[in-house]
Design a protein around this ligand. Structure first.
Ligand code: ADP
Ligand code: MG
Length: 693
C-alpha cells in the first residue's frame, strides 16, 4: 500500500490521461515532473463561480455565473476579413442575454436550442440588452460541474497550457491518489493544532467545495510547510550547537584603552550591542549571534572589538565579506586599528597569486596570523586555522547559511557573529533565524544628516549634471550606478561601460571619471578603489559591485540610473554609500519605470531613510518569496505559505516544532519518520553538509 502510493506519486506526468510526451515538456517548464509535483502545484488564485445569478439581476461590468437555456440557433457574421462573430441567445425566467464569441468557429456546433448551460464571464450592458463575451460554458447534466457553479482554481500557467488543461490534469492526478495519501502529521499534532487531514486538504486546495473548506485546507498546508521550515532550521541549530561546549573568552582589560584610542566615541547602540557580544563570548556556550544595523550604523567597529577580544584571549578570528572591494577596504581599516595592538592581520582573496596565498595559508595554519579578512576564498578546503575562535560574516544576506557553517567548522566550536544591513522585521527575524540570538544597532553615529533623495527623469539630466559639477567643485565625489556592465541587445538599460565612456567624453570631459565593475580584473579594481578613496577620481561609474559595505565618506552624491531595475533593499544599500561623513548627501534616482510598483518604490525611497521601514515596505511590495530570495538565506522555496501574511500560522508552527523536537530531538520516533524524511528532502542542500544525525 505504502509502496504503491509512493510509486504513483513518483510517476512521470507524461503517463497521465491527456498529457503525453509533448505536454509533459510544457509541464517541465513549470517545474512539474511527477504526479506529486502536480498535486502540489497550488493555485495562485481562485475564481468564485459558485453563485448563480438570475439574468435580470446581472450588472454591467461584473464577472459572474448564470444559468440559462439556449434560446436561438448560433448566428454567424463576418463584418470583415479575418473576423467571424458568433452569437447565441440565452434565457431564463427573468430575462435574455446574448453570448458572443470571436473567431471560435467550433461554437457553431456546440449549442442546440433548448439545452441548459451554465455560463461564466464578464457582463456588459448595451442599452437595454445584456451581453457576455467569450464566456466559459458548461452543460448542465447530472454530473459534477467542473468549471462553473463552484470555486475554480487559477494556476501559475505557461504558454500553451491553458487553465482548463491544467485543471483537468490536476483533477486526474488527484483522482489517482485520493484517499490513499498518508499524512506526515500525526493525528495528535493535527488535533492539537486543529489541522485538517491531508487527502481532504489537497482535494480542497485545488477544488474547494466551499470557502470554509478552502480555508481549512490552506491553513493546514501552510502550517505543514512552515512546520517543515522550522524543523529544518531548528535541526541545523541543534546540529551546530550539539552538546559540546564553546569557548569561554576572557574579560579584556585593555578594551577600554582601545576604545579610548578610537577617533570617535561609540554610540549607545554600539556599546549595548558589544556588551551583548562580550557576554556571549565569555559564556561557555557557543555564541551564534546576528547583528542587525542599518547601513552606516557602524557595524565594522563592533566586529573589530570582538576580534580584538578573541585574539587577546589567545584565539584567531576571521571576517568573511562578499566582495573583494569590501575585503580590501576592511583589511585596510581594520589592520590600521589593530596593528598597533600587536595583532597580525592578513587578507585572503581569490585573486591573490598562488605564491602570496601559499604564504598566507602557511601563516594562518601555524598561527602566526591572528586575524584573517577575506572573501569566499576563506571557505576553501586548503584554508586551515591553528586555533580559530571567532567567525564573523559581514553582509550576511549575501551568504548562505551553509557557507557560514563551513567556515565555523574550521575551528572547534568557535563563536559566530553574522552582520547584516538587511533589516528583517524583528518578529520574522526571530523566527527565521531561529538558530541565532539577535542584537540590533538601532542608532546612527551622531551628526549624520539624512540623505536627500530625489526622483528624476531624462528631461532633468542637464540640471542634475550641473548639480554634480557643483558638488565636485566643492571637493566632493560622486557615484553613478548602472544596472548593466556593458550595453546589451536584449535589455534596455544603461551600462556602466557606456555611461563612463560617454560622460568622460562629453558632459564631464574635464573631470576625472573612473569605471568599476565585476568584470574588471581585481588588481585594477583595487587601484581604482584606492584612487577613489584618495580623491583622485571625481566621479565613479559603477555597477552594484559597490553595493555593500564600501565606505568613502567624501562621496556625497549617489546617482542611480534605471532605478526601476533595483529592489528597495538594494536601492537602500546603494544609497547607503553616501551620507557617511559630515557633508550633506544626495541620492538621485533616474526612474524609467512606469509600473505602480516602481513608482511606489521611488516614493518610499524619498520618504524615508530608515532601513527597517524600507524592508517592511519591500516585503509588502515584492512578497516574501522574492524578498527572502531563498537562495540567499538558504531557505527552501515556499510553495504556499506567505511569510508576511501567514505570520500567525508561522508562530503556531514554531510552537509545534519546539514541541515535537522536545520529545524527539532527532526525529527518531516512528510517528515522526515521515516528517523527518520530508525535512531532509526539503533541506537537501543544507543538510548535505550539516548532517542531521
Ligand atoms: P556599516 O554598519 O554600514 O558597516 P560602517 O561600520 O562602515 O557602517 O561605519 C560607517 C562609518 O561610520 C565609518 O566611516 C565609521 O568609521 C563611522 N563610525 C562608526 N561608528 C561611529 C561612531 N560611533 N561615531 C562616529 N562615526 C562612526
Ligand atoms: Mg558594513
Amino acid at each position: 500500500m505504502n509502496n504503491n502510493i509512493d510509486s504513483i506519486l513518483k510517476k512521470s506526468v507524461k503517463y497521465l490521461k491527456g498529457v503525453g510526451e509533448s505536454r509533459a515538456v510544457l509541464y517541465h517548464n513549470l517545474g512539474i515532473f511527477t504526479v506529486e509535483d502536480l498535486i502540489t502545484h497550488f493555485p495562485r488564485d481562485y475564481e468564485d463561480r459558485s453563485n448563480l445569478k438570475k439574468i435580470a439581476f446581472l450588472a454591467d461590468g461584473e464577472t459572474c455565473s448564470f444559468e440559462g437555456v439556449i434560446a436561438s440557433a448560433v448566428s454567424e457574421s463576418r463584418p470583415r476579413r479575418g473576423l467571424s462573430i458568433y452569437k447565441v441567445l440565452i434565457k431564463d425566467e427573468t430575462g435574455l442575454i446574448i453570448a458572443t464569441w470571436f473567431n471560435q468557429h467550433y461554437i457553431k456546433n456546440v449549442f442546440s436550442e433548448g439545452d441548459a448551460y451554465v455560463f461564466y464571464g464578464k457582463i456588459s450592458r448595451r442599452f437595454r440588452s445584456f451581453e457576455v463575451q467569450n464566456p466559459v460554458y458548461e452543460k448542465m447534466d447530472n454530473g459534477e460541474m467542473k468549471n462553473t457553479c463552484r470555486i475554480v482554481p487559477v494556476y501559475p500557467a505557461t504558454a500553451r497550457l491553458t487553465q482548463n488543461v491544467i485543471r483537468s490534469t490536476i483533477r486526474n492526478a488527484l483522482e489517482l491518489v485520493m484517499g490513499n495519501l498518508e499524512d506526515i502529521l500525526s493525528p495528535r499534532i493535527r488535533s492539537r493544532y486543529l489541522l485538517s487531514e491531508i487527502n481532504y486538504s489537497l482535494q480542497n486546495i485545488h477544488f474547494p467545495r466551499s470557502e470554509d473548506d478552502f480555508r481549512n485546507a490552506r491553513y493546514r498546508l501552510v502550517f505543514e510547510e512552515l512546520l517543515l521550515l522550522q524543523l529544518g532550521l531548528l535541526n541545523i541549530k541543534n546540529s551546530l550547537e550539539g552538546s559540546v561546549k564553546g569557548i569561554q573568552f576572557r574579560p579584556l582589560e585593555e578594551m577600554q584603552g582601545f576604545m579610548d584610542s578610537l577617533p570617535f566615541k561609540l554610540t549607545n547602540a554600539q556599546t549595548k550591542v558589544f556588551k551583548e557580544i562580550e557576554n556571549g563570548m565569555e559564556s561557555p556556550k557557543v555564541m551564534n549571534r546576528l547583528v542587525q544595523g542599518d547601513v552606516g550604523s557602524g557595524k565594522t567597529i563592533v566586529a573589530v572589538l570582538a576580534l580584538l577580544k578573541a585574539v587577546k584571549s589567545g584565539y584567531q578570528g576571521t571576517l568573511m565579506v562578499p566582495t573583494e572591494i569590501l575585503a580590501e577596504q576592511h583589511f585596510g581599516s581594520i589592520n590600521g586599528l589593530l596593528e598597533g595592538w600587536g595583532i597580525r592581520v592578513a587578507l585572503l582573496t581569490g585573486s591573490q597569486t598562488r605564491k602570496q596565498k601559499t604564504e598566507i595559508l602557511e601563516n594562518i595554519k601555524s598561527g602566526v596570523i591572528d586575524v584573517v579578512i577575506g572573501t569566499h576564498a576563506l571557505i576553501e578546503d586548503d584554508v586551515k586555522f591553528d586555533r580559530l575562535g571567532l567567525v564573523i560574516t559581514d553582509e550576511q544576506h549575501r551568504f548562505g547559511v551553509r557557507q557560514r557553517a563551513i567556515l565555523s567548522q574550521k575551528g572547534e566550536n568557535p563563536d559566530v557573529l553574522v552582520m547584516t544591513a538587511t533589516p528583517i522585521p524583528r518578529t520574522l527575524a526571530l523566527i527565521l533565524y531561529g538558530d541565532l540570538d539577535i542584537s540590533i544597532i538601532d542608532e546612527l553615529p551622531p551628526g549624520r544628516k539624512p540623505i536627500e533623495t530625489y526622483e528624476a527623469d531624462a528631461g532633468m539630466r542637464e540640471r542634475i549634471n550641473r548639480f554634480i559639477r557643483k558638488k565636485v567643485s566643492e571637493g566632493r565625489q560622486v557615484y553613478i550606478v548602472c544596472p548593466l556592465v556593458e550595453d546589451s541587445d536584449t535589455i534596455d538599460a544603461k551600462s556602466a561601460q557606456d555611461t563612463a565612456d560617454s560622460i568622460a567624453k562629453k558632459d564631464f570631459c574635464d573631470l576625472k571619471v573612473g569605471l568599476i565593475h565585476g568584470k574588471i580584473k581585481s588588481k585594477d579594481k583595487d587601484s581604482i578603489m584606492k584612487a577613489f578613496v584618495q580623491g583622485d577620481i571625481d566621479i565613479l561609474v559603477s555597477t552594484t559591485v559597490i553595493e555593500v559595505g564600501v565606505n568613502v565618506p567624501n562621496a556625497t552624491v549617489m546617482v542611480i540610473e534605471n532605478a526601476e531595475r533595483f529592489g528597495l533593499a538594494q536601492l537602500h544599500q546603494l544609497r547607503g554609500r553616501v551620507g557617511r561623513g559630515e557633508h550633506q548627501s544626495y541620492c538621485i534616482l533616474y526612474n524609467e519605470g512606469k509600473t505602480e510598483v516602481s513608482k511606489e518604490r521611488m516614493k518610499v525611497m524619498q520618504k524615508t531613510n530608515d532601513g527597517f521601514v524600507i524592508s517592511e515596505k519591500d516585503l509588502e511590495l515584492r512578497g516574501p518569496g522574492e524578498f527572502f530570495g531563498t537562495r540567499q538565506h538558504g531557505i527552501p522555496d515556499l510553495k504556499i505559505a506567505n511569510l508576511y501574511r501567514d505570520m500567525e500560522i508561522l508562530k503556531k508552527a514554531q510552537e509545534a516544532a519546539f514541541e515535537i523536537l522536545k520529545n524527539d530531538r532527532l526525529l527518531e520516533k516512528d510517528e515522526n519518520t515521515m516528517l523527518k524524511n520530508k525535512v531532509t528532502e526539503r533541506f537537501k542542500e543544507r543538510t548535505h553538509e550539516l548532517s542531521m544525525n
